[in-house]
Design a protein. Structure first.
Lengths: 113, 113
């Protein structure tokens, strides 16, 4: 049983570019959340998707957007990249919307130059 | 607003020591609390999850306790080993309309041979 998978593992972009990160949830999970972890910090909640809709959102600008597909996989898009967007982006899946146990992927390390 | 604090930020101990990692949170209305392990540049591995109605959970050499009323949790690691060297993150999950994990910044543990 595959766990949460994320791609790519590493990415280098320049300021102003756009990036798309991908996540496949654990088998049987229908809820996907995205977190941003800056160096030396704890992960910060970006947003959560359930039934192909954004259900809640953390304190992130509209440059951060997402999508969930009918197979429950998800994408995180970031437009107009800033140096400060450099971070580890973590995807987590859970069994239902309010399930308390989240399973995390290995993350995508994004570097913005 | 829920805030999670982990102090100290870093800890270095000799191999074989029993140690306690502390976590505090400001709002006691939590659904559960999780302890995660993170190796450098990697994703999160769930170590222990304590439901709000529980007082402690054990897994091998790890024991986590929860005192909701005082907003505290501890992670006890028995007979520490160099392989335990990693960052340990505490996170609380709040149920309902704003269900998400709120993380502390983590404690970076180094176990010296």
């Amino acid at each position: 049983d595959a766990g949460v998978t994320q791609s790519p593992t590493h990415l280098i972009k320049t300021r102003g570019q756009q990036v798309t990160l991908r996540c496949s949830p654990k088998s049987g999970h229908d809820t996907v959340s995205w977190y941003q972890q800056a160096l030396g910090q704890g992960p910060q909640f970006i947003f959560q998707y359930y039934e192909e809709e954004e259900r809640q959102r953390g304190n992130f600008p509209d440059r951060f957007s997402g999508h969930q597909f009918p197979n429950y996989s998800s994408e995180l898009n970031v437009n107009a990249l800033l140096l400060g967007d450099s971070a580890l982006y973590l995807c987590a899946s859970s069994l239902t919307l309010a399930a308390g146990k989240l399973f995390f992927g290995s993350g995508t390390q994004l570097s913005v130059l | 607003k829920q805030e999670v604090t982990q102090i100290p930020a870093a800890l270095s101990v000799p191999e074989g020591e029993n140690l306690v990692l502390n976590c505090s949170f400001t709002d006691s209305a939590i659904y559960n609390l999780q302890w995660f392990r993170q190796d450098p540049g990697k994703g999160l591995t769930s170590l222990l999850l304590i439901q709000s109605s529980q007082r402690e959970q054990t897994s091998g050499r790890l024991n986590a306790s929860l005192d909701k009323s005082s907003g505290r949790s501890t992670l006890y690691i028995a007979a520490s080993q160099p392989g335990d060297s990693a960052t340990y993150l505490c996170a609380v999950f709040v149920d309902g309309a704003n269900s998400k994990l709120t993380f502390g910044k983590g404690i970076t543990l180094s176990v010296r041979p």
